[in-house]
Design a protein around this ligand. Structure first.
Ligand code: FES
Length: 117
């Protein structure tokens, strides 16, 4: 359990429960929690850089016009080898069949709980 005020919007915290590390994210008013264990080789995925998805800009004729940051999709990047995860789902951006273990986050007033059962 943590206080919502201790986890401002845009921040994350790594908590531990029975020896399992869990990354808790506060992003645009919502809370998300994932096991801090990358699907690639077990790196601390939740501790990586948070950044908007980089996407290609294509003209109607499919010619490439550079890249830009997505306005709405946000990823965090495993610091070991760069696997990117969708901050709102825990899915691996390169292969959405791969996903971090997800935990429910419950907010009761100022208190934020992660349901780790
Ligand atoms: S362990 Fe995370 S990208 Fe390799």
């Amino acid at each position: 359990m943590t206080k919502a005020s201790d986890l401002p919007d845009g921040e994350r915290r790594i908590v531990s429960h029975n020896g399992v590390e869990i990354g808790v994210f506060h992003w645009e008013g919502a809370f998300y929690a994932y096991q801090n264990l990358c699907v690639h080789q077990g790196g601390p995925a939740c501790e990586g850089l948070i950044m908007h998805k980089v996407e290609d800009v294509l003209a109607p004729d499919r010619t490439w016009h550079g890249q830009r940051f997505s306005a709405d999709q946000v990823h965090f990047v495993c610091p070991w080898h760069g696997y990117e995860y969708d901050l709102r789902t825990g899915e691996c951006a390169a292969d959405r069949r791969l996903k971090l273990k997800t935990y429910e986050v419950v907010r009761r007033g100022e208190d934020v709980y992660v349901r780790a059962d």
